[in-house]
Design a protein around this ligand. Structure first.
Ligand SMILES: [Mg+2]
Length: 304
């Protein structure tokens, strides 16, 4: 920290406020990409920090907008990186999309078209819904020629759009036709992140660009179930009997993580280990400010 951040009300994390935060919070909610890891690489000091927080009796919860994995797949990833995390401590936007359909009594006889990856399909299957698309449509091509009519399933009642590294013209046409032509078809976005640290060395396009493509073709706005929407918070509260004012949301994005924390009434900590750094933090609107900021969650180790 060089102390140049002055225009905001945010405070750098320090020995004093870190202790106060620890004493007044019962659960830490962590974003994953850019906070816990970058791609397949753990951020330095993360396992030790999580161990320390658990040793202080804190609940650890992982709230990720990255929909490419299901909760089960995330638990496996944590284990492979040497961090013991249970599936039910993970709240991913893939899970949120399936739960949105469930709590809204989405008819079981209807299908869901997915522009996204395996995580969404797994969560839909686990929740008892029938899904189409996803990776299976990743290599499909379209030949634009006369008399070609693109057929789509009229029983699709929802299109879910999330991060999809195999997005293509076929999927865009399929999703568009469902939303435009199937009466009442829902348009659900897992999240609208602009970019994310999908590998350790750089940022990559986020789900926001896949969602924007479908907004462009349908001229409709989606229902967003991931952060900054607090839809997932209800599930979190069902599991943990902790008031949101005794939770701290830790994330690397102001417009999703920190806004989610604020929307839910949580304490907030911004870390500079992901997409936000000190200079982009300075540029960002003052409307969304974290309570505290620091370089990475490993700083908690230093201060406690
Ligand atoms: Mg992140």
């Amino acid at each position: 920290m060089n102390g140049e951040i002055s225009k905001s009300s945010a405070q750098p994390l320090s020995v004093e406020n870190a202790k106060e935060l620890l004493n007044s919070v019962d659960a830490f909610l962590f974003d994953c990409d850019g906070v816990i890891w970058k791609g397949e690489k753990l951020i330095d000091g993360v396992p030790q920090t999580l161990d320390l927080l658990r040793s202080h009796g804190k609940k650890l919860v992982f709230v990720t907008n990255n929909s490419t994995k299901s909760r089960k797949q995330y638990a496996k990833k944590f284990h492979s990186l040497g961090i013991p995390v249970n599936e039910d401590e993970i709240f991913s936007s893939s899970f949120a999309a399936a739960m949105y359909l469930k709590v809204n009594d989405f008819p079981r006889e209807k299908k869901v078209y997915v522009i996204g990856e395996e995580g969404i399909l797994e969560e839909l299957e686990q929740a008892g819904f029938t899904a189409l698309g996803g990776p299976a449509d990743g290599k499909k091509n379209i030949e634009l020629k006369s008399n070609c009519l693109f057929e789509h399933d009229k029983s699709v009642g929802a299109v879910i759009v999330g991060l999809d590294q195999y997005i293509n013209f076929y999927k865009l046409q399929y999703g568009t036709l469902c939303i435009r032509e199937n009466p009442g078809c829902l348009f659900i976005a897992t999240n609208r992140d602009a970019v994310g640290h999908l590998t350790d060395l750089q940022e990559w396009p986020g789900a926001g660009c896949m969602v924007a493509a479908i907004c462009g073709t349908t001229q409709k706005e989606p229902i967003t179930v991931g952060k900054p929407s607090t839809f997932l918070m209800d599930f979190l509260l069902q599991k943990y009997n902790i008031t949101t004012s005794r939770m701290c949301m830790v994330g690397d994005r102001l417009d999703t993580d920190i806004l989610f924390g604020q929307n839910a009434g949580c304490r907030t900590l911004l870390v500079f280990s992901g997409v936000t750094n000190e200079s982009t933090f300075q540029d960002f609107s003052k409307e969304v400010q974290p309570e505290y900021y620091t370089n990475s969650i490993a700083d908690i180790l230093k201060y406690i």
